[in-house]
Design a protein around this ligand. Structure first.
Ligand code: GLY
Length: 256
């Protein structure tokens, strides 16, 4: 069960965030704020206490707090984001992490290692780590070494097409895994009950399980049906403005 979530308010500079889909247009800042309000409300409805960090105009993508830190049940790991414009976010998330973890339970990924939390999927005490354009082999090596010091395990997953591992695969607990695209047939995930998302709704493979409820992006009926079919309550949040920056529901919070 999760007790806490950390989020950061979108900043006005969000219009300058990184995107692989400029054809979707720039995010509307005011609408992004309203969608962020709904996201916080959804988390609260799932029973977590939400720590809301102020907007940081220096970092256009800084509302995607999942990337500069990974929080496990035993320690917090400050990452080293591979996107140069996002790297400084790691120093800004540290203060929030320190509210919950003592210094000797906070670990760091160091250069030349890079790692972004969007590439990390937690399944109990095991962590799948995507090797992506943002997360390199050395970052994964350091990450797994840290996990093992705490009695946790990790394994690398290759990815070719999407930004982050969790762009295309997300664990919904109880052995249920939402998968899309390149992850559908990956041997790494053969042991899961796979819920395969059709290509036209691939964006919504990025759902989050929070204390028995699944938060689903609004407007993806096949994903809604599939998640309900395995027995979960569903809460919808419209994420249209974050999608314009390749961002999804998981990216917008640290949950622990
Ligand atoms: N715009 C989110 C990212 O590229 O990291």
């Amino acid at each position: 069960m999760f007790k806490h979530a950390i989020v950061r308010r979108p900043c006005r500079a969000i219009v300058d965030g990184i995107t692989s889909a400029p054809e979707l247009g720039k995010p509307d800042y005011e609408l992004a704020l309203r969608q962020h309000d709904s996201y916080i409300t959804a988390l609260e409805r799932c029973g977590v206490t939400v720590t809301v960090l102020p907007a940081d105009e220096r970092y256009p993508d800084s509302c995607f707090v999942e990337d500069p830190a990974v929080i496990t049940g035993k320690c917090a790991i400050i990452t080293n984001p591979g996107a140069p414009s996002r790297n400084g976010e790691k120093d800004q998330i540290l203060g929030a992490v320190k509210r919950f973890f003592p210094d000797d339970k906070i670990e760091y990924i160091r250069a030349p290692g890079t790692l972004e939390g969007g590439d990390v999927m937690m399944v109990g005490s095991h962590f799948y780590v995507g090797r992506s354009a943002r997360t390199n082999a050395e970052g994964i090596r350091q990450f797994i070494a840290i996990l093992e010091r705490y009695g946790l395990t990790g394994s690398e997953v290759s990815l070719e097409k999407v930004l982050h591992l969790k762009t295309g695969v997300n664990y919904l607990e109880n052995n249920n895994l939402l998968v899309s695209g390149e992850f559908v047939d990956k041997p790494d995930f053969a042991g899961f009950h796979k819920i395969v998302i059709p290509d036209e709704e691939a964006y919504a493979a990025n759902c989050i399980w929070v204390n028995g409820t699944v938060i689903v992006p609004q407007g993806y009926p096949a994903v809604e049906r599939a998640v309900r079919a395995v027995g979960y309550e569903v809460i919808f949040v419209d994420t249209s403005e974050f999608r314009k920056l390749d961002g999804g529901l998981s990216c917008l919070s640290l949950r622990f």
